[in-house]
Design a protein around this ligand. Structure first.
Ligand code: ZN
Length: 203
């Protein structure tokens, strides 16, 4: 399986990092080795002094597809999840300045938290899902999928022009504002609407 991540998909997050609004979605990949194993803590890697949490809505692909039209994109997923795209922000900034790929900053071991999935039928509209992240009982990121610049079905159309989507692939749909550094002993808990879908400890 592969993980396809979308960057710069919420206007408020683009502003907080002082990035330009892209003409097309920004895509990057995480390998399967980046998945944080269930019930394991997240260890801050020694090559970064500034690892950020980015909470993101996830989409699990259930059918193989290429060049998927957005009209049919809804047929390719049944489950919505929530995860964290951990980002070594200091390293990513260096790589960005040099025009280099971001993988070392985003695709290291443990950098992909994948929470529990919820059936799509739970929601009236996948483009109106509330989600949030608490750090030590304080809500630090909170948004709604309505605020995505590119909605889920548009992302599937765009991504599948470049990458064949296969069963079990997961799309990280981008983070809203509120990204910040994690520290040892932080607890990070993710919610879709009121439902807790992951809880992890930082070490
Ligand atoms: Zn992200």
């Amino acid at each position: 399986m592969k993980i396809i991540c979308v960057g710069r998909n919420y206007a408020a997050h683009i502003e907080e990092l002082d990035n330009e609004k892209p003409e097309d979605p920004v895509l990057f990949l995480k390998p399967d080795t980046s998945i944080l194993l269930k019930k394991q803590p997240f260890f801050i890697p020694d090559f970064s002094e500034d690892v950020h949490h980015e909470v993101e809505i996830l989409v699990k692909i259930k059918k193989i597809g290429k060049h998927i039209d957005r009209k049919f994109a809804h047929k390719y997923y049944d489950e919505i999840g929530l995860g964290i795209d951990f980002t070594a922000r200091d390293l990513q900034s260096q790589l960005k300045r040099k025009g280099l790929p971001w993988e070392k900053a985003k695709s290291f071991d443990g950098a992909a938290v994948i929470g529990n999935f919820v059936p799509k039928t739970t929601f009236k509209d996948v483009n109106a899902i509330n989600f949030s992240l608490k750090k030590n009982e304080e809500t630090v990121q909170q948004s709604n999928t309505a605020l995505m610049l590119w909605k889920i079905d548009e992302l599937i159309e765009y991504i599948s022009k470049y990458f064949t989507l296969k069963i079990g692939d997961i799309i990280f749909t981008g983070t809203p504002a509120g990204v910040a550094k994690v520290n040892p002993n932080d607890n990070l808990t993710g919610y879709i609407e009121e439902k807790e879908v992951f809880s992890i400890k930082v070490k």
